[in-house]
Design a protein around this ligand. Structure first.
Ligand code: PGA
Length: 253
């Protein structure tokens, strides 16, 4: 069975005391995970080391960066590279979140490079894709997302692809309180797995966890995660509340 993952995306939230409090609440009698389940906390660079230390020795709990640079080193003031993350023991990195695609103008070609830098450094990319409302309104969302997957990932070998996680996040559902229905999520996840299977075969496609993101909450997680191809969630707002996020962890298959 492929991994079932509850991933928190804190984005640019929480001061240091707030972060410490959230970690205390989350880890006090922390939910135990079975061998197929993971909890991933994607946190601001500044808190990576503190969160990594707190999670040490906790089976299935991992820390992630929210981004990395597409080069390994150099004169890029303010940036952080994949080899730096790896050297600090950071196992995962979110790549291509829609907020970075939009506000930092990150292109598919750039994201393909970031995926490569992560894999070279031994970091597992959590590769984000998803369509805007205008795309969904024209009914072309499957083709749109398939193109994001092709452009960002299809240069990878089957072995390399097996090491990634995909997060499908419809932009119209992020931070809006509007969730895709469980049927809409399952339909897209099945389509994504189909795109992967066409290129890499059903066996490889079947190994890739595909997470749903967009207004996942404690109250809707179990229904969303119920889809056969929905392997957990990437959670923004609700991951800042320990009670909510623990409900989401409990909803994993
Ligand atoms: P949200 O964000 O859960 O607040 O909608 C999800 C995300 O952007 O990863």
């Amino acid at each position: 069975m492929r991994k079932q993952i509850a991933a928190a995306n804190w984005k640019m939230n929480l001061t240091h005391p707030e972060m410490v409090q959230l970690m205390d609440q989350l880890l006090d009698n922390a939910p135990s995970l079975n061998a197929e389940q993971e909890v991933v906390l994607a946190v601001p660079f500044l808190y990576l080391e503190a969160v990594r230390q707190r999670l040490q020795g906790m089976s299935g709990y991992r820390v992630a960066a929210q981004n990395c640079h597409h080069k390994t080193s150099g004169a890029f003031t303010g940036e952080v590279s994949a080899p730096m993350l790896a050297s600090m023991g950071i196992p995962d990195c979110v790549i291509g979140h829609s907020e970075r695609r939009e506000y930092q103008a990150e292109s598919d070609a750039l994201l393909a490079q970031k995926v490569d830098r992560c894999l070279e450094a031994g970091i597992r990319p959590i590769f984000c894709c998803g369509e805007a409302l205008s795309v969904r309104e024209t009914g072309t969302q499957n083709a749109f997302v398939a193109e994001q997957i092709r452009a960002g990932l299809f240069h990878l070998s089957p072995e390399a692809l097996s090491g990634i996680v995909i997060a499908y996040e419809p932009i119209w559902a992020i931070g809006t309180g509007k969730t895709a229905s469980s049927a809409q999520a399952q339909e897209m996840h099945e389509a994504i797995r189909g795109v992967l299977a066409e290129q890499y075969g059903a066996h490889v496609a079947g190994q890739i966890p595909i997470l749903y993101g967009g207004s996942v909450k404690g109250s809707n997680a179990a229904e969303l995660f119920g889809g056969a191809d929905v392997d957990g969630g990437l959670v923004g707002g609700a991951s800042l509340n320990a009670t909510e996020f623990r409900q989401i962890i409990a909803a994993l298959k």
